[in-house]
Design a protein around this ligand. Sequence first.
Ligand SMILES: [Cu+2]
Length: 472
Amino acid sequence: MIRRDFFRWLMASSTLLGIRSLRAQDTPTGHPDHETVEAKPAAAAPPSEQAGTGDFLPVETPDIPKLPWRLENGVKVFHLIAEVVKREFKPGWSFDVWGFNGHMPGPTIEVRQGDRVRIVVENRLPEPTSMHWHGFEIPFAMDGVPGVHQDAIPPGGKYVYEFTLHQHGTFFYHSHMAMQEMMGMIGLFIMHPKEPYQPRVDKDFGLIFQEFAILPNNSVPNSLSMEFNWLPINGKVGPATTPLIVRRGDRVRIRMVNLGMDHHPIHLHGNTFYVTGTEAGRVPEAAWTPANTVLLGVAQARDIEFETKYPGDWPLHCHLPHHMMNHMASMVGPLAHAGQGLHAGMGMTEGMGMPRQGHALSEEQGPSLGRTMGGGSDLEKRTAHLPPHGRHGAGVQPPRVPGYPQDMFMADDEAVAKPETQGLRTGWSGGIQGMMTLVRVLEPDQYEKIKALQAQAAKGKPKRRTPPHHHE
Ligand SMILES: [Cu+2]
């Protein structure tokens, strides 16, 4: 439909849904009340958290784009399209998950405290959905739980949410269908305060922690599973997660959100941080406590802040051992014997490492659990043609022990190379697996070098998807 029709539809929907029409007093202060402007990302605001002008330092959400918006009579209008998306967790491992606007997790919504927002949610999934605004103090009618106060949005349908935001902090949006949460349907919703937080930060990052159960030879998550073998941060698993780049001396904030079945103790190496925010907003400074590990419970958000004093490439990761690997590859134990052929595609129980017969580390069952065989076994020879899962990077091949799986240390720096990994020690990728990323505290010269590479890479990127009404 053309733009005029779209807005006519929007107005009609608003009336049907009982959303009051927009009046002058609904316009948040400081926002020009004019006609449609070009959609632009919230990140277009100048980075000046310290200025106290109401502008904010944009949050960096590696591997997740910002959701563009357009100003419509003082209301920030967003479009979220729920759909099936293809997401590459790491090179060679793409999965069919559910997300928004072509991304999983969904694009980041970034607004200011006091903003009025209208979010048009379109359902392109094969089943009904709805959108919940987690922790938002908004009218009951906007809470997004199907059945309780609205009908679910049918496939092909739309629903318009509209509210004014008086809170500030790290929030998120997610489908209120439990199984859809386990398919990936979440996104960050950052509300910047009217008055900047003190002390100011130089860097502000946002990370979403998720878990998926994806059986061997499958690309679709098993949302019923209680065991998880893929644990992405912002839709990427280590070593494909994008390191957080900071300059030594910077004050850094990292906002973390968990939507899954498990709580994650998130540990930062080599630094002491303070927990400065929860899913409900800012913690008063008097209540800050020092830590290097913070329990990020399901449906919780935790903001941490620290001064970067120590140069280094510091791991930030979930400390649950099973969450520090990919595909739940077993790392220890001898191979029973050489099998006949590569077994794969087992049932859920066996596939998740709980076989009814035999043991998970055997050569028959091991491959189904994602093991990479080594030590010159027959099986290794037969699987030598397979994709680079378990391939050892040049110069970092550990000694091989015949009869043992050789997946204890898998480095492939080249496959995950990007500006943010420039200058890391050869073989680094072998130590960054699963729910893990790096906080790289760099000296100014190296910091500038990477920033230049990032800018160069951004130029080559294709343009963002435009809102749907442009091509309907
Ligand atoms: Cu964990």
